[in-house]
Structure formats: C-alpha cells, structure tokens
Design a protein. Structure first.
Length: 158
C-alpha cells in the first residue's frame, strides 16, 4: 500500500506517540484537518495492509515504580519452546516473551522473557514461576537486570 500524503502526515503526527488527552484521535485529526473517525479509519487501513504492524502503549516501567527490570534468558528444548513461550507470555509481570537463535557455545539461550518488579526479589519470584512452567524442558537460565532506561521508538519517516 503506497502512503498518501495524508497517511504520511498521520504517521508523522503519531510517531512520537499519541497525545495524552481524553480523545487522542480527535486531537490528531484537528491538527491534520480531519475527523477523529478518519484518523481511526486511516490507521486501521494501514494496519490491515501491513504498513503499520501494530499500535500499542509503551509504558515507562521505571516511572510506574517498576525499578527492578530483568531480561530472563532461558535454554529451552527447541521442540517445546514455542508452546511454552505462549504460556509464559500470558503470565502477570511478563511484558515481552520471544524466541531468539542460540549462539553456541557462548550463548545457549533461546527464550527471552522480560520481567518487571518493584524489587529484585519480586523479579526472582516471577522467574521461579517461569522455571516451574518450563519444567524439564529448561536446561538453564539467567536474569540480566537493566542498568539504564533506553528510549523506545516506533515507526519513523525520514
């Protein structure tokens, strides 16, 4: 789907995030000279065509009080990792869960699970729940705690 000038303007108006107001689509529409309904329709068309993969909230975990954030990495049986990953993704406290290739011999981990807590003990407790779900399919894991907050960005037009 080629982007129209309106679509480009809409992406540019939303690429830094939606405005934190009661009716964000109407606010964006007011800037672009269109209705909030048209903003929703254009975004839906871009989603349907695959130009935009998703629209989602990106919480700032530290500002929400979750200061112990750890990427837990797991060495999981390849035959079972997809099904187990789906179950783990549904757990409370898990914001990201995805499969990645191993880089043997140094990096045996193929399942990455981002855990958030107010204290490290809370993250470790969540990791214990993940380990219990993985059972004998798991051969090892580590928790890599965040040391800095990295800026997250979405689609950017150049």
């Amino acid at each position: 789907m080629p982007l129209s000038e309106l679509d480009r303007a809409l992406v540019a108006a939303t690429q830094a995030g939606l405005p934190l107001v009661a009716r964000p689509y109407e606010a964006i529409g007011a800037v672009l000279g269109i209705s909030g309904d048209e903003v929703r329709e254009r975004l839906a068309a871009m989603l349907a065509s695959g130009v935009v993969r998703r629209i989602g909230a990106v919480p700032h975990h530290v500002k929400l009080g979750f200061t112990a954030n750890g990427m837990s990495v797991w060495d999981v049986d390849d035959a079972r990792v997809d099904a187990l990953g789906e179950a783990i993704a549904a757990l409370p406290g898990v914001s990201h869960c995805y499969r990645r290739p191993r880089h043997l011999p140094d990096w045996p981990y193929n399942l990455f699970v981002m855990l958030h807590g107010r204290e490290r003990a809370e993250v470790e407790q969540q990791a214990t729940r993940v380990a219990a779900l993985l059972g004998d399919a798991c051969r090892g894991h580590e928790i890599l705690y965040s040391t800095a907050v990295l800026k997250k960005t979405g689609l950017r037009l150049t």
